[in-house]
Design a protein around this ligand. Structure first.
Ligand code: HEM
Length: 439
């Protein structure tokens, strides 16, 4: 288990910019950067060739950090155990199974828009970070449990926030962000985890006593439990994994996309033209989504600049070598989509927001690991298909009905961690482009 050393937090002004610092070290030292972190020696590999070697090498396993939340669930496990879990849970994420969620995703998004419409004034103020997080949480809970009350979503959102904050702070130690001295942190974390467990137990019991629902993550797990293939604890671990892995990441991708659109009105208008032409008056269907090519490019480019999982950490199980550099057993290996997505050999003018980079004509021949928001290799994100259905539906409906403006200077620097976050939320204003249809 990784054990960080605690330090007193420096003043906010002195707060380091760890991702910016990583980029600086890469500029100075090249594609392989070695440094000492609060968890011991770290090797950061920035070149896509090295990313590929590492994700394909079973010597580089996950660290134990996530286990305190997700137990031995898919996101934290490795080796043979991981393999059998992945085999069990892959089928519910097949494209054909996911398409059935489209009306639910549209319904949840329209619910959020109706809440916004009920706010006072012509220009409504919302925190886009909080709103997208709540929406994606509702969606993953409905994917898992079908029916969930707004009160359950609220309680889960509050508890998940505490847990994610705690995990984020612990994982930031890899980048030498000092851990804040906070005696209440552990107590708050334990209480929040207790709330998540109680909610998951209640919701799972409802599914297990519900009438004959088959397929889907939870029914698949319950069936396996009935056959004695998995334990109660394993069912819990996989469900908590899906909740933790499956909402904040997508929310962050959506929030940064809206931020970039707000900063680039030309792109926003071009996207609105595409959506108005393809969506009006339809609701999103898979056929309509396949015609939203510009939206897909915008979303891909937003995840290039702000990959929701900004770094992935592995631990070497035995002495090894990558790119001619020796890695001793126990050393940490870091891959950062945030830095590789800015590699100047693979991306011209890398800081510029340019959705056209993802036009098929310009993507042809690009290194597979120059862009890896969902990683790759054996641990490639299980939820990628869901994200690429969910995010376009949400963005299409938001673009169709509202214009989101995020004021200049209101969004802080991105913070590293398991999921890229921002310091101060995303205060935004929302103007309705057209009235919502009656319920
Ligand atoms: C934009 C949204 C998302 C991004 C950028 C993302 C990214 C990633 C990344 C980088 C990993 C590899 C982590 C590692 O190995 O250390 C991963 C794994 C995983 N993700 Fe996602 N994810 C997203 C959404 C989702 C959703 C919606 C789900 C829903 C169920 C999900 C479920 C998982 C699971 C279960 C794994 C572990 C896969 C395995 O090791 O077999 N993710 N994701």
């Amino acid at each position: 288990m990784l054990a960080p050393s605690s330090q007193t937090k420096p003043s906010l002004d002195a707060e380091p910019d760890p991702l910016g610092h990583l980029l600086k070290m890469i500029r100075e030292q090249g594609d392989i950067v070695r440094y000492r972190s609060g968890y011991g020696p770290v090797h950061l590999f920035n070149h896509p060739d090295h990313v590929q070697s590492i994700v394909q090498n079973t010597n580089f396993e996950r660290t134990a950090l996530l286990k305190m939340v997700t137990g031995d669930g898919l996101l934290a496990s490795d080796g043979r155990r991981w393999q059998s879990q992945r085999r069990l849970l892959q089928p519910p994420f097949h494209e054909k199974c996911l398409h059935g969620f489209l009306p639910m995703i549209a319904d949840a998004t329209m619910g959020m828009l109706r809440r916004w419409e009920a706010l006072p004034g012509a220009t409504r103020s919302v925190d886009i970070g909080r709103e997208t997080k709540r929406l994606t949480l509702e969606i993953i809970l409905r994917v898992l449990f079908e029916k969930v009350s707004q009160d359950e979503v609220t309680r889960m959102a509050d508890a998940a926030n505490v847990v994610m904050q705690h995990l984020g702070e612990l994982s930031d130690v890899v980048l030498n962000v000092p851990l804040v001295m906070d005696p209440g942190r552990e107590t708050r974390f334990r209480a929040a985890l207790g709330t998540i467990d109680a909610l998951v137990a209640g919701l799972t019991a409802r599914v297990s006593t519900g009438a004959g629902r088959t397929g889907g993550v939870v029914p698949t797990l319950l069936e396996a439990r009935g056959k004695g293939l998995v334990t109660d604890q394993e069912v819990r671990d996989e469900i908590v994994t899906m909740i933790i892995a499956g909402h904040e990441t997508t929310a962050i991708a959506l929030a940064w996309t809206l931020y970039l659109l707000s900063r680039h009105p030309g792109t926003q208008t071009q996207l609105a033209d595409e959506v108005d032409q393809e969506l009006n008056p339809q609701v999103p269907t898979t056929e309509v989504l396949s015609r939203l090519g510009y939206m897909r490019m915008v979303f891909d480019e937003a995840m290039r600049l702000y990959p929701p999982v900004s770094m992935v950490v592995r631990q070497s199980q035995k002495d090894d070598t990558v790119g001619g550099v020796s890695i001793p057993a126990g050393a940490l290996v870091v891959l950062s989509a945030y830095t590789t997505h800015r590699h100047p050999d693979f991306w011209s003018d890398p800081e510029r927001f340019d959705p056209g980079r993802f036009h098929p004509d310009r993507s042809h021949g690009r290194h597979r690991y120059a862009y890896f928001p969902f990683l790759g290799g054996r641990h490639q994100c299980l939820g990628q298909g869901l994200v690429m259905l969910e995010a376009p539906v949400i963005l299409a409906l938001l673009t169709r009905y509202v214009r989101v403006t995020i004021p200049e200077g209101s969004v802080g620097r991105p913070l590293p961690g398991m999921a890229l976050r921002v310091r101060s939320g995303f205060p935004a204003t929302v103007d309705f482009r057209s009235a919502l249809p009656p319920c």
